[in-house]
Design a protein. Sequence first.
Length: 144
Amino acid sequence: MRKECIRLLAVAGFATSLMMTSAIAQEAFSDWDADGNGSISMEEFETNFGGDTGVFYSWDTNDDNSIGPDELSAGLGDNATAFNERFGDDAFTEWDEDADGMLTETEFNEGVYAGYDADDSGVIEEPEYGDLGDDVGDEGFFDI
């Protein structure tokens, strides 16, 4: 009987944690989805991901308004493998639209955004947001 009670409590605790995780993810998605239309536009993405306090300017350590390969590598630190798994080993080259060996803020943000728009719909829907939420959250490779 005691084992059965412990098992039921464990199952109930696990179910509660799953519901809370879903609610937290929903709340975070709603924070990014400013117009409440169920998707994150490029503008909404840039508002939350970019700006003067965002990843791009944090990683642009020499303040030249671009990120070079060394700055990307330094910004990623120990998370380079996870980044490459998400965006591919050639992400820098693919995102560098003008092939000047540097990423502008636009190139960087558009590359990152496209990486989360798995269905190429032009917006990030809630199911796609899960990966983005993980990567910008604590211990994610965009956690600055």
